[in-house]
Design a protein around this ligand. Structure first.
Ligand SMILES: *Cc1c(COP(=O)(O)O)cnc(C)c1O
Length: 339
């Protein structure tokens, strides 16, 4: 029986076609800048995002870390959402490696940061204060797509205050496909963008950090310092190229499947179901039943995220039939006596 893994879009397995591209990739030593496949992926990514240059790194966490280290110096400060991945879920790397202090503020309901709140936490130029250098946004944020006019206003504010603007765009292609715009239209508002190839795009590993040539030059140095200088990395970059060539437009299928899942689960009285946003939705079962629900569905080969509010994520290894099977399993669980 096939496992339907809805815990995250990081769980995708490289397809046979992707594995063939990886096996056949021409490679060289990327620390010497001599891996043709990495170089090709970096130019492709830079062009797609509309930036001068790009850098291939092992993970999204490293992409964000190198952005922090390249934009900020010791004692500088960045502003990010309270639940932002770059602040909350990356071990405090900016503080550990760069002496960079975060200034978190709450996300709004729609995944944006209120620009008035941002303005209020930017420190005046006074030697009592850290120097506020950078504003970080996330798109998508928990699946939510930030509106384009909001991005324009955020960029205007950042420019007016002398801040750089970084995009944690782990899932920015989901946002672009959802809005029906080239990803460069989103990235244009940012000085740098970090984009995961290993989530819905289906590569086994890898992220590209895209920015000006100058910033990427600094990030390349920090990548080596952080231990992210890989050698024949073309084997991995080939998977990224395949992902960018083959798996972008199909993200709409993931969004459709998330909507189908939300609609199907919405009929279950006991369940609170959020709206599907791009490829992510949340369901809340009655208090005390989340663990039992998770365990029961796991025995049927359906894996759900942790916590009382359960995150469900669709991706290229989840089909329409898998969505139907999941809805049936949920219904069976709640129809059973005692659940
Ligand atoms: C997954 C993710 C990252 C980083 O991912 P890695 O697991 O380090 O590759 C960064 N930001 C967001 C919003 C993410 O979802």
């Amino acid at each position: 029986m096939k496992t339907v893994d809805l815990r995250s879009d990081t769980v995708t397995s490289p397809s046979q076609a992707m594995r063939r591209e990886m096996a056949n990739a021409p490679v060289g030593d990327d620390v010497y800048g001599e891996d043709p496949t990495v170089n090709r992926l970096e130019s492709m990514a830079a062009e797609l995002l509309g930036k001068e240059a790009a850098l291939f790194v092992p993970t999204g966490t490293m992409g964000n870390l190198l952005a922090l280290l390249s934009h900020c110096g010791r004692g500088d400060e960045y502003i990010a959402g309270q639940e932002a991945h770059i602040y909350r879920w990356e071990g405090g790397g900016g503080a550990i490696f760069g002496g960079i202090q975060p200034q978190p503020i709450d996300f709004e309901e729609d995944g944006t940061l209120d620009l008035e709140k941002v303005r209020r936490v930017v420190k005046p130029a006074d030697y009592h204060h850290p120097v506020t250098r950078l504003l970080c946004l996330e798109n998508t944020q928990g699946g939510k797509v930030l509106p384009l006019d909001y991005l324009a206003k955020a960029a205007e504010l950042a420019q007016g205050l002398g801040l750089s603007l970084h995009l944690d765009g782990a899932r920015v292609f989901n946002a672009a496909v959802y809005l029906g715009v080239p990803v460069a239209t989103i990235a244009a508002h940012f000085d740098s963008a970090s984009v995961c190839l290993s989530k819905g795009l289906g590569a086994p590993a890898g992220t590209v950090l895209c920015a000006s040539r100058e910033l990427i030059g600094r990030a390349r140095r920090w990548r080596k310092v952080a231990g992210g200088g890989m050698r024949q990395a073309g084997i991995l970059a080939a998977a990224g190229i395949h992902a960018l060539e083959k798996n972008l437009q199909r993200l709409t299928e993931d969004h459709e499947n998330a909507e189908l899942l939300a609609a199907g689960l919405g009929h279950i009285e006991e369940l609170m179901v959020s709206q599907a946003r791009t490829n992510i939705l949340f369901v809340t079962p009655p208090a005390g039943s989340a663990d039992r629900l998770r365990q029961t569905l796991a025995t049927e080969g359906i894996l759900l995220g942790g916590g009382d509010q359960i995150r469900l994520v669709t991706h290229l290894d989840v089909t329409g039939a898998d969505v139907e099977r999941t809805v049936v399993a949920f219904k069976r669980f709640f129809a059973a006596r005692g659940n």
